[in-house]
Ligand binder design. Structure first.
Ligand code: MLT
Length: 398
């Protein structure tokens, strides 16, 4: 009989968004006449821009002739895409090298897979509330987690406690689920803390394209010293509407090296390369063609148009909550609006209440951690009409 990974017993029965889908499907089956508006999972609704679509078509066409056909590609990604990512960082004032860029099928997979590089015995610091993938993947590996409180008192931007040691630190900014974003000084404190503790920061910047405040950093590598202590995960899901197309990238600096028990120095870049070449055959050429177009002038302009559309949705949601006197966070520099459940309700109760009485789906804060117990998340990724209708329904409810 195989010995199973019993760490799975320590997970919640289903992944947060699977649980939500399950509850919504049950409701939809029982109430087929009701129009449900889904502002739960952060899934985009705008079609992909024509520049990316043309590039995807070019990729498909290349497969049809023996001169241009592509079989296995480089596991790390094609040079044309790695170079495009380097240029994108450069435009944002950050210098990275192409061999530090690893193309992947998205930040969710990479933030989970990165745990392969670390021993079970590490002090893992994770903010609460947080994107559940960081927690669940560490539980699957049998690791203990130390939580750091993100709450209304610290504007959901917890800062390091110099008296607590950590080896691995998860940071997501702009944050999923709270929408809060760190500034330079705050991130510098985290980098200094990581350097002082010989720790590594796993930095999720999947929502960087939503930053409108130009003083805020879009990459951890905008912070001095970060290349010695951070890995950055980014994604085209929200930047370019690739949630279904699947493409992201992870930056693992070559300066990122730690001395191990044998006295040798190990490079995280070399380890990740070894891991990816063994377990991953790369993202399809077709998708990488589409992804490279995101970084062209015209492609980026089209992506920005869609981002502006979602930003307007965020404003509509935030304005409605503000008018109702409901305390909210995010909505600016972020596609997420995080608010206190009205009348002291707990978030899963509020989820059921909203579904039943307004047919609006959101995400209960408790799904992101204990500190989310009385909070609720709405996404700006719906279409305009639905977003406005959802807010009218909420407006009438309270
Ligand atoms: C979310 O809703 O938190 C995200 O869409 C989930 C994800 O990107 O995996």
């Amino acid at each position: 009989m195989p010995k199973l990974n019993e760490n799975y017993l320590n997970l919640k029965e289903s992944y947060l968004f699977a649980e939500i889908a399950h509850r919504v499907n049950d409701y939809a089956k029982a109430n087929p006449d009701k129009k449900i508006i889904r502002l739960g999972i952060g899934d985009v609704t705008r079609p992909i821009g024509s520049e990316m679509i043309s590039a995807l078509h070019e990729g498909v066409d290349a497969m049809a002739s023996s001169e241009t056909f592509k079989g296995y590609g480089p596991e790390q990604g094609y040079d044309f895409l790695r170079d495009a990512v380097v240029s994108y960082y450069k435009e944002n004032g950050v210098s990275i090298n192409a061999d530090e860029v690893f193309v992947s099928d998205g930040a969710k997979s990479d933030t989970g897979n990165i745990t392969d590089l670390f021993d079970k015995d590490n002090v893992i610091l994770i903010p609460d509330p947080v994107y559940p993938v960081y927690v669940d993947t560490n539980i699957m590996n049998g690791r203990n987690i130390t939580y750091i409180d993100a709450n209304a008192e610290n504007n959901f931007l917890p800062m390091p406690d110099k008296n607590v040691h950590a080896d691995i630190i998860y940071i997501c900014s702009p944050n999923n689920p709270t929408g809060a974003a760190y500034n330079h000084e705050q991130l510098k404190e985290w980098v200094d803390y990581a350097l002082a503790n010989d720790a590594i920061i796993l930095y999720d910047s999947a929502y960087e394209c939503f930053i409108t405040d130009e003083t805020l950093p879009r990459s951890i590598f905008a912070i001095e010293g970060a290349k010695k202590c951070a890995i950055e995960f980014c994604s085209l899901s929200k930047t370019a509407g690739f949630t279904g197309t699947r493409c992201g990238y992870t930056i693992v600096p070559k300066d990122l090296k730690f001395t191990v028990s044998t006295g040798e120095e190990m490079s995280l870049n070399a380890m990740w390369n070894r891991r990816q070449t063994t377990k991953f055959n790369g993202v399809s050429y077709i998708v990488q063609k589409g992804a490279a177009a995101v970084f062209s002038k015209e492609g980026m302009a089209q992506c920005k148009e869609n981002i502006a559309y979602y930003q307007e949705n965020a404003k509509i949601i935030a304005d409605c909550l503000g008018k109702k006197g409901i305390r909210y966070f995010g909505g600016v520099n972020s596609p997420y609006i995080w608010f206190e459940c009205p009348n002291g309700m707990e978030s899963w109760d509020f989820f059921d209440y909203l579904l039943k009485n307004a047919q609006v789906v959101g995400t209960p804060g408790a799904g992101f951690g204990n500190n989310g117990k009385n909070f609720f998340r709405l996404t700006a990724f719906g279409n305009r009409e639905n977003t406005m209708e959802a807010m009218e329904r909420i407006n009438k409810l309270f």
